[in-house]
Design a binder for this molecule. Structure first.
Ligand code: 3H9
Length: 692
C-alpha cells in the first residue's frame, strides 16, 4: 500500500488498484482529497499491471459532498472538475464502491466512475438545493442521462436521498454488495469487467433517456408546479430545472459549463450563504460548552406521555416512529380512546398517501399502550408531561410522577411558557427534570427546545440532545424564561401586529408583508389556525380586547369558519369587511389615531422587536449563542432558511441600522421599542451576532 497523501492510499492487488480515501468525518472533497484522488489515479494509470481501479472510502461514508466549509473562499486548485475528468477519462474501468451516504459532489464523483457497486444500506442524493445551490459537478447533466429526466428532477429538486435498492432498480448502481464486504464485492466486480473486456461506460455518452424527454416541456412544467410552493422565495430551484433542461437541449460540454456557472453564481449569493450558515448552525446547536461529547447518556427504551390530546399524541408518534414503545396516559377512558384513535388515523392517512405500509402502521400501534393509571408509567425511562398549561396542575402531575417513576428516569414537561425550576421543585429529583418543548404539529415540526433548569443534570441534557437526533429533530438547549426562546420572541411580533391593525394596517396587509418576507403564514392567519379562543372563556370575557370581541361574535378562528378572516368550506381565507369595521370601531373607542402604514414599517415593526428580544435572550444567557436562536426560528416557526434566521438577518441589515430604527420607533411609539443593552453595545462596537 502506498500513501499518496495524508488522506489517500493506493493498494495494488494483481490487476486491481484500490484508491482509498480517508478524510474524516465524511470524506468531503477538500483540496487534499482532490489532490489525493488525482495523484492516485495517475499512479494507477501509470502502472501497466493494473487493469481496473476501485474507488472506496474509509470511515462511516463514501464522499458526502464538496467541502461546504470551502464555499465562499477563493477556490484552490486542483478543482473538482479536474478530478472528475480524470476519473471519467481514465483508460481503465473505475468502479466506485459506495457505503454510507454518497451525496452531492460525492454522488457526482460516483457518476463519473464507469461502474458503481454499493452495500444495501448506502444512500445517494443531490442535496445541493438545501444549501441554496445546484449540483455543480455534473449532477444535473449526468443523472438525467442515467435515470431519466423526471426522476432526476425529483432527486435534484427534493434534495432527498434515495436508497440502494432504488439505485439498483434505476440503474444507478450495477451491483449490490453484501453488507461489510464492499471491497471484496467491488474487486470481484472489477475482475469480471476485466475478464469480459467490458467497455469504459461513460454516463455522459448515454443519450436514450434525454432523447426521450426532448420536445416535452410538460415534464419541466410539472416539476415547476410540484415544487413552486415549497420553494417560494428561493432562487436555486429554477436554476436546477433550467440546468436539467440544458442536459436535454445542449451538448454535454456546454450543459456542464453552464451548470458550473450557475452553481458558482448561486454559491456567491446571499441565499446560499444563509443556507450554509444554517447547515453549520444546526450542527453547532448540539454542542454544549460545559457538557463534553463523552458525557454519559441514559438509555431510553420506554417512554411515557401524560396527556393524549393533540400535543401528547403528536409527541408519542415521534417515539413510535423509531421503534421506542410508548405508554400514553389520560384521565378518562373516553379521552384516551379518542387520543389513541387520532394517532391511528394520522398513521392511516400517511399510509393512504403511500408513505407507510399498513403493516408498519400496525407495528407502530402495537408499540403504543393506553393507560388510565399513573402507575403504568413506573417503568418508563422518560416521561413527558403534556397536560393543560396550568402551573398547579403540572406541579401536581410532577409530584405524582416523583412518587412512581423509577430512579434515573427523566421527567420532562412540554410546557410552552412555564417555569421549569418551579415544576422541578415539586419533585425530590430536580436533577432529572427538564423541559422538552415540542412544536405543533409535534410529529412534524423539527424543533425541540430542551429547557435546562437550574438543577438539571448534564446527563439528562445530553440524553435529550441524543434523543432529539434519534427522532429526527433538531434539539436546541435553552434556559428557563417565559416562553423560552421561540415564544418569547414571538410575543413582541404578535404585540406589534395587533398594534399595527389598530393604527391603520389591515390584518391582510400585515400577513401579506410577512408572507412576502418568506414566512409560511402571517400572525393573523396563524391566530385563526390556532383558534382565537385559546385561553378565552365566555364567563370572564369583557370585550376589552379585539380578540375577546371576535370570540364573542362567534369568530373563533378557522374551526368556526370565521376569525380575522372569513373562511369557505375548503378553509380558503377571505378578508372580512366586518372585521375591518370591528377594528375601526375598536380603534375609535380606544382613541387610536389611524393612518396609512407602509409595508416597510409593517416589516420593521414585526421583525426588529424580535431581534431585540433575541438580543435580550442572549444577554441573559437563555440561549447559548445567536445561531441557536436562528435554529429555533427556522425549525419551529418556518423562518425562511434563505434569510438565515432573525439574528443572521440582523447582521445582514447591520446592527447599527437595527438599533437606529428601534430608537426611531421608541421616540414615536414608546417603550415597547427600548433597545436591549446588548444590541446597543454591539452596534456601537460594530459587532455581529454570528460568525458567517
Ligand atoms: C456539493 O457537493 C456541491 C457540488 O455539487 C459541487 C460544487 C462545485 N462539508 O451531519 P453530521 C461535517 S454541496 C464539510 O453531524 P451525520 C459536519 O459539519 C455538498 N463538512 O453527521 C459535522 O462536523 P462537526 C453536498 C461537512 O452522520 C460532521 O461533518 N453534500 C460536510 O448525522 C458530521 O456531520 C451535502 O450537503 C460537508 N459536505 O450525517 C451533505 N458534511 O462534527 C451534507 C458533513 O464538526 N452532510 N460535514 O459538527 C450531511 O448531510 C451529513 O453530514 C451526512 C452525515 C448525512 C453526510
Amino acid at each position: 500500500m502506498t500513501a499518496i497523501n495524508a488522506v489517500t492510499d493506493l493498494a495494488i492487488d494483481g490487476e486491481i488498484a484500490t484508491i482509498r480515501l480517508d478524510s474524516p468525518p465524511v470524506n468531503a472533497l477538500s483540496v487534499e482529497v482532490r489532490e489525493g484522488l488525482i495523484g492516485a489515479l495517475n499512479a494507477a494509470e501509470a502502472n501497466a499491471g493494473v487493469k481496473a481501479i476501485v474507488l472506496i472510502c474509509a470511515g462511516r461514508t463514501f464522499i458526502a459532498g464538496a467541502d461546504i466549509a470551502e464555499f465562499g473562499k477563493p477556490p484552490r486548485p486542483p478543482f473538482l472538475a479536474e478530478a472528475l475528468e480524470r476519473i471519467e477519462n481514465a483508460g481503465k474501468p473505475v468502479v466506485a464502491a459506495i457505503h454510507g451516504t454518497a451525496l452531492g459532489g460525492g454522488f457526482e464523483v460516483a457518476l463519473t466512475a464507469h461502474y458503481r457497486v454499493a452495500v444495501p444500506s448506502a444512500k445517494f442524493g443531490l442535496p445541493e438545493i438545501k444549501l441554496g445551490i445546484i449540483p455543480g459537478a455534473g449532477g444535473t447533466q449526468r443523472l438525467p442521462r442515467l435515470i431519466g429526466v423526471e426522476k432526476a428532477l425529483d432527486v435534484i429538486l427534493s434534495g432527498a436521498p434515495f436508497g440502494a435498492r432504488d439505485a439498483k432498480e434505476w440503474g444507478v448502481v450495477d451491483a449490490l454488495a453484501e453488507e461489510g464486504r464492499l471491497h471484496e464485492a467491488a474487486s470481484a466486480f472489477a475482475r469480471e469487467l476485466i475478464a469480459a473486456n467490458a467497455p469504459l461506460r461513460k454516463i455522459r455518452d448515454l443519450t436514450a433517456k434525454i432523447d426521450a424527454a426532448r420536445g416535452h416541456p410538460e415534464i419541466f412544467a410539472a416539476a415547476r408546479q410540484a415544487y413552486a410552493r415549497k420553494y417560494r422565495g428561493f432562487e436555486a430551484w429554477e436554476k436546477a430545472i433550467a440546468s436539467v433542461s440544458n442536459a436535454v437541449d445542449l451538448p454535454f460540454e456546454e450543459g456542464i459549463a453552464r451548470e458550473r456557472e450557475m452553481c458558482l453564481a448561486l454559491m456567491a449569493g446571499a441565499q446560499s450563504k444563509a443556507q450554509r450558515y444554517v447547515f453549520f448552525a444546526e450542527r453547532q446547536a448540539a454542542k454544549i460548552p460545559d457538557i463534553p461529547a463523552s458525557e454519559a447518556t441514559r438509555p431510553v427504551r420506554a417512554v411515557g406521555v401524560v396527556g393524549a390530546g393533540t400535543m401528547g399524541g403528536g409527541i408519542a408518534m415521534n417515539f413510535l416512529n423509531v421503534g421506542i414503545p410508548v405508554t400514553i396516559l389520560e384521565a378518562s377512558r373516553e379521552a384516551l380512546d379518542r387520543g389513541l384513535q387520532i394517532i391511528r388515523r394520522n398513521y392511516e392517512n400517511t399510509a393512504r398517501k403511500g408513505r407507510l405500509t399498513m403493516a408498519e402502521v400496525d407495528r407502530r400501534m402495537a408499540d403504543l399502550t393506553g393507560a388510565l393509571d399513573l402507575s403504568a408509567l413506573a417503568d418508563a425511562d422518560l416521561v413527558i408531561e403534556a397536560v393543560f398549561e396550568n402551573m398547579a396542575l403540572k406541579k401536581d402531575v410532577f409530584a405524582k410522577l416523583d412518587a412512581i417513576a423509577r430512579p434515573g428516569a427523566i421527567l420532562a414537561s412540554n410546557t410552552s411558557y412555564l417555569d421549569i425550576d418551579e415544576i422541578a421543585a415539586a419533585t425530590k429529583r430536580p436533577e432529572d427534570v427538564l423541559g422538552l418543548h415540542f412544536f405543533s404539529p409535534a410529529n412534524v415540526m423539527r424543533l425541540l427546545e430542551i429547557v435546562r433548569g437550574a438543577k438539571t443534570a448534564k446527563s439528562a441534557v445530553a440524553t435529550a440532545l441524543q434523543l432529539a437526533r434519534a427522532i429526527g429533530k433538531v434539539g436546541v438547549v435553552v434556559g428557563v424564561c417565559h416562553g423560552f426562546v421561540g415564544n418569547r420572541m414571538l410575543a413582541p411580533r404578535q404585540r406589534e401586529a395587533m398594534k399595527l391593525i389598530l393604527e391603520g394596517a389591515t390584518p391582510w396587509d400585515v400577513d401579506r408583508v410577512l408572507v412576502e418576507f418568506g414566512l409560511p403564514m402571517g400572525p393573523f392567519a396563524m391566530s385563526d389556525l390556532a383558534g382565537l379562543d385559546v385561553g378565552w372563556s365566555k364567563a370572564t370575557s369583557a370585550r376589552a380586547t379585539l380578540r375577546e370581541i371576535l370570540c364573542e361574535e362567534g369568530r373563533r378562528g378557522q374551526k368556526t369558519g370565521a376569525g380575522f378572516y372569513d373562511y369557505d368550506e375548503a378553509r380558503n381565507a377571505r378578508p372580512s369587511p366586518l372585521v375591518e369595521a370591528i377594528i375601526r370601531d375598536f380603534a375609535l373607542a380606544k382613541g387610536v389615531e389611524r393612518r396609512a402604514i407602509a409595508d416597510a414599517e409593517i416589516l420593521a415593526r414585526c421583525i426588529y422587536p424580535m431581534i431585540n428580544e433575541g438580543a435580550r435572550i442572549l444577554d441573559e444567557g437563555k440561549a447559548l449563542r445567536a445561531s441557536d436562536i436562528d435554529v429555533v426560528w427556522i425549525n419551529g416557526y418556518g423562518w425562511p432558511t434563505y434569510r438565515g434566521g432573525p439574528m443572521f438577518y440582523a447582521d445582514a441589515i447591520g446592527l447599527g441600522r437595527v438599533l437606529a430604527k428601534m430608537q426611531e420607533f421608541r421616540a414615536a411609539l414608546g417603550d415597547d421599542f427600548t433597545p436591549s443593552p446588548l444590541l446597543e453595545r454591539m452596534a456601537r462596537d460594530g459587532a455581529r451576532f454570528v460568525n458567517s
